[in-house]
Design a protein around this ligand. Structure first.
Ligand code: NAD
Length: 369
């Protein structure tokens, strides 16, 4: 297939890790015979230095026209003194999300067999397997509702509005993702969505539950659906994470649960994410930041970005076999003992490979060498 991918390397380790994802995408092109046009555009602090804007008009226009966007990271101490609305995180990231209409955030949290020791959970819990996809609603709820203070400033409110339309469109993404995961050779169980709410207390949660239940009955009866209160979900994530497949939840609950889920996997350099909207494409990025403390040293772990590229293949282009192949290459390379410093055991840290050596290893595994 033909696709136009916009690359936004950004700041800090961004250019180093995006370069490795590009290597891997080129290996996918060669192995599967696709035609990906990849063009780089400035974003973040580097764009500010270049033209005084962390999200130049030309970059935004290119992202809107693209079939998908792959982002490294933005931000760093050099730009911390800019006014809040001009800073890379706000001007570039938040504007991109709203301009591209990205209402669903997908974060897989998986413990790779070769990295089981990195999870802070007990061995017997990790041994049951952790492979969760969190689907978080990204543009509604309390973060976007009306907020204010009383005249004497001693009381405050944040309204949590949700419409059935907003709930249904993100629920559809979760159900579709559950079906797709089930189609993967490695899928450990029938597709299942756990919809997380607080329907015993909140009216928005009651609407959430009604809407998800109705959509499930009408279109997704083949997917198992369970409902769970958010306090219980927070507990089950550390007590019995193997019970989860896809977790669907609203904005604030998802913000908290997705951070909890990412921590149980143990390594920030391994975690990808996808932000999807109604239009084609979406934005794909590692969950970590620009890591200024290690930028330019060639030691950043590129796997979160490479795995974000795999999510792009699966969700933006529907290329499931290609996405599986990238994830299998990551699994094989880890199983062979190749490690960047952040995932090496203390005794193996001195023999850790560089960012580009890790990219080369994944590229070779994909190419079958
Ligand atoms: N989406 C984004 O672009 C994004 C997200 C979070 C933070 N930020 C920005 O990034 C900058 C740094 O933020 P921070 O230090 O709080 O978070 P960070 O995620 O950049 O780094 C936290 C720690 O994790 C390490 N780390 C991160 N990614 C790694 C990788 N791929 N390989 C190995 N180690 C890695 C770093 O070295 C650091 O010790 C800030 O300016 C922040 O605003 C950007």
């Amino acid at each position: 297939m033909k696709a136009n991918i916009v690359l936004l390397p950004g700041d800090g380790v961004g250019p180093e890790i995006v370069a490795e994802a590009v290597k891997v995408l080129k290996a996918v092109v060669t192995r599967f015979g696709h035609d990906f046009e990849m063009t780089e555009h400035p974003v973040g602090g580097v764009a500010h230095d270049l033209c005084g804007d962390c999200l130049p008009d030309a970059t935004l226009a290119a992202c809107k026209a693209a079939d998908a966007v792959l982002l490294g990271a933005v931000g760093g101490p050099k730009w911390d003194a800019l006014p809040p609305e001009k800073r890379p995180e706000r001007r570039a990231l938040l504007t991109l999300r709203s301009e591209l209409g990205l209402f669903a955030n997908l974060r897989p949290a998986k413990v790779w067999d070769a990295l089981k020791g990195a999870s802070p959970l007990k061995d017997e819990i990790v041994a049951r397997g952790i492979d969760i996809l969190i689907v978080r609603e990204l543009t509604g709820g309390a973060y976007f509702g009306e907020k204010g203070r009383s005249a004497d400033r001693t009381s405050a409110y944040d309204v949590t509005p949700y419409s059935a339309h907003e709930i249904e469109r993100v629920a559809r993404i979760a159900f579709d993702a559950a079906r797709r995961r089930h189609g993967r050779a490695v899928a450990p169980r029938p597709p299942k969505v756990t919809s997380v709410d607080k329907a015993n207390v909140l009216e928005t949660s009651r609407l959430w539950r009604e809407t998800v239940t109705a959509l499930h009955a009408a279109e997704y009866a083949d997917v198992e659906l369970e409902h769970m209160y958010v306090d219980n979900a927070a507990m089950q994530l550390v007590r019995d994470p193997a019970r989860f497949d896809v977790i669907l939840t609203e904005n604030m609950f998802g913000d908290i649960l997705s951070d909890e889920a990412s921590q149980i996997t143990g390594s920030i350099g391994m975690l990808p994410s996808a932000s999807l909207g109604a239009a084609k494409g979406g934005l794909y990025e590692p969950i970590h930041g620009s890591a200024p403390d290690i930028a330019g040293k060639g030691i950043a772990n590129p796997l979160a970005t490479i795995l974000s590229a795999a999510l792009m293949l699966r969700h933006a282009f529907g290329l499931a076999a290609e996405a599986d192949a990238v994830e299998q290459a990551v699994s094989d390379v880890l199983a062979s003992g190749v490690r960047t410093a952040d995932i090496a055991s203390p005794s193996g840290a001195s023999s850790a490979v560089s960012t580009s050596e890790m990219g080369d290893a994944i590229q070779s595994a994909l190419s079958g060498f």
